[in-house]
Write a protein that binds this ligand. Structure first.
Ligand code: SAM
Length: 308
C-alpha cells in the first residue's frame, strides 16, 4: 500500500489527496507507522486510536473493514497518530479511556493509566473478601482513577470502600468513574496522605498500588511515563519510601485478621515482606504477576490485636 514504510519521520500522509482509504487500509498503515517508529504495541495502539477516531468499538473495525473513511475523520486521526509517535502520549490519554478488570474507565493526564499487572493485586485482594453475611470495609490508598476501588466494589456487592489520594484532581476522575459505573453509593472519596483520611477507622482489607519508582530510575524508563503525574510514579530516592510508610502504619487501621495487599516493583518484595513480619503481620506472602515477576506482597493482621 502506498505510504507504508515511508513514514519514519512522523509524517502522516493519509489526510489529504484523492485516494480513498478504507478502515482496514488505515489500520494497516498506522500499525506499520507505529512499528517503524518503535512503539511497543503497534497493532493494539492502531486499533484503539482508529476506533476512537471513528467513534466505534474495536470490533467495529473488523465488522466494517471495507468502509471508506472520509477526510474529516482522517484529519482527527492524523493528530492522534502524530501525538502518539512524536510526543509519545499514552494511548489511554489520547482516547480518554482505559479498560481495567473489564470496566471501562475514564482517564486523564491527572491519573496513572491503570496497568494490567494491577489486576494481580485485585485478584489477591478478592481472596481476602470471601462471600459472607454483612458488609466489608475496604480502604484503597492512592486510588488514582479509582481502578482498584471500582474493581473491588464491582466484584463484591457488600464492599464499602474508602478511596483516598493525595491528589484532588485524581479523586475527581475516580469519582466520575464511580458515578458512571453506578458504584458511587458504595465508595467514599477523601483527600489526604497515606492513612490520614482513615485514622480512627478499622478495615477488613487495606489495598494500595502506591508510587514505587526511585527518582533516578524514572528518567531511564519509557517516554510515555513523562505524561503521567510524577506523584503517581516516584516515591523518593529509594523507591520504597511510601511502601515503608504504609507497612509501618497499617496496623492502626486493620481490623483483627484483616487483609493487607500492596503492589510493588520486582525486587522490592523481600524488604517489604520483611517489614510486614517485623510489624507483626502474619501469613506474609508474595504473588507473581502474569509475566512471572514478584508484584504483590500480602499479609494479615493477627487474629487479636497485639497477638504476634
Ligand atoms: C501508582 S498510582 C496508582 C493509581 C491506582 N490505584 C491504580 O492502581 O491505577 C499511585 C497513586 O497514589 C497517589 N499518592 C502518591 N503519594 C501518596 C500518598 N502519600 N498518599 C496517598 N496517595 C498518594 C498518587 O496521586 C496516585 O494517584
Amino acid at each position: 500500500m502506498a505510504g507504508v514504510g515511508s513514514s519514519g519521520n512522523g509524517t502522516v500522509p493519509f489526510v489529504r489527496g484523492e485516494r480513498t482509504w478504507t478502515v482496514v487500509e488505515l489500520l494497516r498503515w498506522i500499525e506499520a507507522h507505529f512499528r517503524q517508529n518503535g512503539l511497543e504495541s503497534p497493532r493494539l495502539d492502531a486499533e484503539c486510536l482508529l476506533a476512537h477516531a471513528l467513534g466505534m468499538e474495536r470490533i467495529g473495525l473488523y465488522l466494517q473493514h471495507d468502509k471508506p473513511v472520509v477526510e474529516s475523520e482522517r484529519a482527527g486521526l492524523r493528530e492522534l497518530v502524530r501525538r502518539r509517535v512524536r510526543e509519545r502520549v499514552p494511548v489511554a490519554q489520547l482516547t480518554g479511556r482505559k479498560e481495567f478488570w473489564s470496566l471501562d474507565l475514564g482517564v486523564t493526564a491527572e491519573v496513572l493509566v491503570p496497568r494490567p499487572e494491577t489486576e494481580t493485586l485485585v485478584e489477591v485482594a478478592l481472596g481476602f473478601l470471601p462471600d459472607r453475611e454483612g458488609e466489608y470495609q475496604v480502604l484503597d490508598v492512592g486510588t488514582g482513577s479509582g481502578a482498584i476501588a471500582l474493581a473491588l466494589a464491582h466484584e463484591r456487592q457488600k464492599a464499602r470502600v474508602l478511596a483516598t489520594d493525595l491528589s484532588g484532581a485524581a479523586l475527581a476522575v475516580a469519582r466520575a468513574n464511580a458515578e458512571r459505573l453506578g458504584l458511587a453509593d458504595r465508595i467514599r472519596f477523601e483527600a489526604g496522605s497515606a492513612f490520614e483520611p482513615a485514622l480512627g477507622q478499622r478495615f477488613d482489607l487495606v489495598v494500595s498500588n502506591p508510587p514505587y519508582l526511585a527518582q533516578d530510575e524514572a528518567a531511564s524508563l519509557a517516554p510515555e511515563l513523562a505524561h503521567e503525574p510524577a506523584v503517581a510514579l516516584i516515591a523518593g530516592p529509594a523507591g520504597t519510601e511510601i511502601l515503608e510508610t504504609l507497612v509501618a502504619g497499617v496496623g492502626d487501621v486493620l481490623a483483627p485478621s484483616a487483609g493487607f495487599a500492596v503492589e510493588l516493583a520486582p525486587g522490592q518484595d523481600e524488604p517489604v515482606a520483611a517489614w510486614c513480619r517485623a510489624a507483626g503481620l502474619v501469613e506474609v506472602s508474595v504473588t507473581l504477576d502474569l509475566a512471572g515477576r514478584a508484584r504483590v506482597v500480602s499479609a494479615r493482621a493477627a487474629a487479636e490485636r497485639g497477638d504476634e
